[in-house]
Design a protein around this ligand. Structure first.
Ligand SMILES: Cc1ncc(COP(=O)(O)O)c(C=O)c1O
Length: 409
């Protein structure tokens, strides 16, 4: 079947909840992807950080195969051999005490919301059903109805209400506004350390450390959603390490599954995790032997290959190379580690058109918010491939809007 036929089937029989670029991917290794015709692309997306360790990392594939010869899924009705060690290893890696594995990022965020509310009720004495959580404008934490209920993006919400109450929204990056929003019913704060889907928005330096101090001062919880920023993406194992702002609860996902399986987790201080007793929360697939075996190997790969350091070093090269592109359509280049957003002037070039031109030239990325292109390659990418993708981006920008023209839209 041709790529065109496959896309037509998806259009006809699938839900139209995404607007994918017109390419059908069939193979991948490391930071390279191949379509059904065998054409090669450099991956500058990493499946929104889920493929941070590269496609089909040999050690992750081997760990999955080994486990497939032993045991698949038994549910949490019993113990299985990788769950305890996985929890210990994630606690050690994050400097926290305990871990509750789930599957998708949104489920781990839901787990964090439950933990925040129960902690507020049981430990902070907030009346039952009244606990509030402070969130940031522009957030993206997933797609469940509770989570989209506190999204500020109309497309995420329209027609999906009624929504759960109990969320107070403050501007992202403004610690003073956040402190002013704390009241007697506040259980804690839930934010991304860098807002990915909002366009790779990096808050002012010191923001996370200030949030840590504010939460301590008011005796409320700080929960960080590092589903996308975690596991080396920003140049540290976790983004909070840049400011030593260790949270009380941490939401992880994406790369934890090594690009092979959906694996997420809520990791927290013991006092926070202990709000859950048997029967209060769960997941049939969460922490299953196959997922846990892969996640454990993903953690080892992160450490053995020093991927956070690699992300820090290559990230600097990436941001410097992007900033060196002399093109008037580029308004801003920002990011941390191998997670960079390039903001375009919408009067000169549409981000999606540039993505399409890059696709034609052999590099894959995706626009966000119509004006931002993300550059988030697998952390294992070779420098030469990464720089080739930057030069493809420059050429693509010229295709869409030659530098000497005033407006191309
Ligand atoms: C910060 C953040 N949290 C949560 C999620 C939701 O993860 P999932 O799509 O696995 O539910 C995402 C997904 O992009 C994310 O970026």
């Amino acid at each position: 079947m041709s790529g065109q036929d496959i896309m037509a089937l998806e259009e006809r029989f699938g839900a139209r909840n995404y607007a994918p670029l017109p390419v059908v991917l069939a193979k991948g290794r490391g930071a390279r992807l191949f379509d059904t015709d065998g054409k090669r692309y450099i991956d500058m997306m990493s499946a929104y950080s889920a493929a941070s360790f590269g496609h089909l990392h040999p050690r992750l594939v081997a760990a999955m195969r080994r486990q497939l010869d032993r045991l698949d899924l038994v549910s949490r009705a019993y113990h299985s051999e990788h769950l305890g060690p996985l929890c210990e290893e994630l606690a050690g890696l994050t400097g926290l005490d305990s871990c509750l594995p789930m599957n998708t990022g949104a489920e781990a965020v839901e787990t964090a919301i439950k933990a925040l509310r129960r902690y507020g009720t049981d430990r902070l004495g907030i009346p039952e059903g009244q606990a509030e959580i402070i969130v940031a404008a522009g957030n993206f934490h997933g797609r469940t109805t509770t989570i989209v209920g506190f999204s500020t993006e109309p497309a995420n919400r329209r027609g999906f209400g009624p929504f759960a109450p109990g969320f107070v929204t403050v501007p992202f990056g403004d610690a003073r506004a956040l402190e002013a929003a704390i009241g007697p019913r506040t259980a804690g704060v839930l934010v991304e350390p860098i807002q990915g889907e909002a366009g790779i928005i990096v808050p002012p330096a010191g923001y996370l450390a200030t949030l840590r101090r504010i939460c301590d001062r008011h005796g409320i919880l700080l929960v960080l959603d590092e589903v996308q920023s975690g596991f080396g993406r920003t140049g540290r194992n976790f983004c909070f390490e840049h400011e030593e702002a260790r949270p009380d609860g941490l939401v992880l996902g994406k790369a934890l599954g090594g690009g092979l399986l959906p694996v997420s987790a809520f990791v927290a201080r013991r006092a926070v995790m202990d709000v859950f007793e048997p029967g209060s929360h769960g997941s049939t697939f969460g922490g299953n032997p196959l997922a846990a075996a892969v996640a454990r190997e993903a953690i080892r790969v992160l450490q053995d290959e020093e991927l956070a350091l690699r992300s820090r070093i290559l990230g600097k090269t990436l941001i410097d190379a992007l900033r060196a592109i002399p093109h008037p359509a580029i308004v801003d280049v920002r990011g941390k580690g191998l997670w960079v957003g390039v903001e375009l002037d919408p009067a000169r070039a549409r981000a999606r058109d540039v993505c399409l031109a890059m696709l034609r030239r052999g590099a894959l990325t995706k626009d966000t918010h119509e004006t931002v292109l993300r550059f988030a390659p697998p952390l294992v990418i070779e420098e030469a491939d990464m720089l080739e993708a930057v030069s493809i981006f420059h050429d693509a920008l010229e295709d869409v809007c030659p530098a000497h023209t005033l407006s191309c839209v």
